[in-house]
Structure formats: C-alpha cells, structure tokens
Design a protein around this ligand. Sequence first.
Ligand code: SF4
Length: 327
Amino acid sequence: MALEQILKPQDYATDVHNDWCPGCGDFGILRTIQMALAELKLDPYRVAMVSGIGCSAKTIHYIKTYGVHTLHGRVLPVAQGVKLANPGLEVVAVGGDGDGMGIGGAHFVNAGRRNLDMLYVLFDNGVYGLTKGQASPTLKLGVQTKSLAHPNINEAVNPIWLALAAGATWVGRGYSYDVKHLKDLIIQGIRHRGYAFLDVLQPCPTYNDINTKEWYGGEDRAEMNGGRPLPRVYKLEAEAFDPEVHDPSEIELKASKALEKSLEWGDRIPIGVFYRNEHVPIYGDRIQQRIPTYYTTPPAVQTIAGPRGEPLTDLSKLLDRLTIKPS
Ligand code: SF4
C-alpha cells in the first residue's frame, strides 16, 4: 500500500471479527494505536506488532501491520528478537498485566536492561479476563472483584515502579477512555529512542467490577464536587511535572521523582509521562560497536541459503571452538 493512502486510522483496521465484550477498555487502546500509526504515517510493512496471550493479545489481529501472536508471557523476548533481526521496523509489543507482570515478569525486568528501541503497551485491568477473572499481579491487596471467593491476598506489582527500577528509558501511563491523551502517549512512546513502557489503565467491565470506568471517572464522589463526578485520574502535565532527564547528572533525581509519583493511587491516579531519558545507549548501537555492518545488513536482510537451499553460513570455526579436544 502506498504511503500517501495511509492517512486514516481505519486504514490500519482489518476485517477480523472482534469478540471483545461490549464496553471493554481494549477498544479504546486499539483505536488509539490505529490513530497513532496514522498520525505517524507509518506504512504497515514498517510496523511489527507482537502479543502474548489474553484478551488484549488479540489486538494484533485487528491492526493491519505485521503481527506475531506468541506464547503466554513471551511477548517481550519475541518482540526484542524481531527488533534485533530487523532494526528498521517499528516494533510495538502489546499484552495484558497477567501476561506481562506474571509469567512474563522476568522478561520485563531484562527488557529494561537492554534498552531496545521499541514500545511495550500493557493493558492493565487487574484480572485475567480471558480465563474468567482471576486476580492478576496488578490487582491491589484486599480488593475483591466478582470472580474472587475472597479478597485478593497478594500485594500488587506496580508496573511503573518496576519499569523504572528495571531501566526503561521512557515510562508512561494512559487511560483507555481518554483516547486523545492515550494516542499522544503512544506516539511519544514510538518516537522515543529506546525502550518505552506504557501502562494503560483498561477497565474490564465483565470481571473487574471495582476499577470500573465509573470508578476511574469518580462518579461515586459527585457529592464532594457539587454533584459532578470528581475523576480519580489526573494528568501529570497539568501539574507541570517534568519527566525529562535533560542531562545525565539528573538521572537519579528524575527517577526518584517518577518513583514517588508511581506510588499515587486511590483518590489521585496520575497519567502521562513519568520519565524520559535518551542519554542511555540503545541496544542496537551497542551491537553496532561490535559489528559495524549491523544497521546496514542486519540479520533480516542477510542471505542465509544458496539457490538449492544450501546454508551459506560457515559454522566450522564455531564448531571447532566448541569441540572438546583430548588433552
Ligand atoms: Fe475485555 Fe474483560 Fe471482556 Fe476480556 S473479559 S474482552 S478484558 S471486558
């Protein structure tokens, strides 16, 4: 498809049947990704989306780009592999909080250390929606959603805190019902040179009857606000929060301010950019220092077989090094 034809979000939509529940917060995130791709004028063949397992993992089927629907919890290793093999692609990983913070937790930590130039969008609803609403790692201690026989007995993982501690160089949070704001965050995350992590508060109206659209919107607090809802979600930028690391000497200060903000929850829930630091070398640049041809001839464009399918790679030196020789 020619670039000039790809200007509208609907150009990034597929005709795959969507089976999300009515009112699911996933719809807002899907739409904002399509809006962001359109605004960035990214041709579909330049974008690869990777997902794990869960309701949100179906997102890649609804967006007209390359897509890999991989195993539970393995979204980040696969996404990183795609980016490493073909650094010219824009890589966007998507998945739920169970997928990313539970079984995928170790991959989440190690993605921060590497700082590949990609975006990971976490659909964060506090439950395992696809399997009938069990408590996920981001559900707060003591909260009892409708599928739980008892209040949640575990402390919650804080994805923003964990991303900062792991070394993510861009960390943000959006809200799936604030589509314009979320779209701007996705654009920022894609443009960021380095590993960008975006936590998205995504109500699951079917299984999470506590953190609902009405709860985030503060409809239960109208009597404190002259009869009008008093939203719990607020924007960091509206309070002049500056997430930018302008100079490496500011890293500690900016990270600690972001960590402090990440602890806010309940009556005030911040969304926006918590941290942005482009002073850390990206993984691709580190590889290029060792392999000068990495960006010009990355693995994805290298010829691996001859006309008869015969491998072109000479492994003899490697095998020779691995051979244990009798002493
Ligand atoms: Fe959305 Fe929840 Fe339904 Fe899954 S179970 S599609 S997260 S509303």
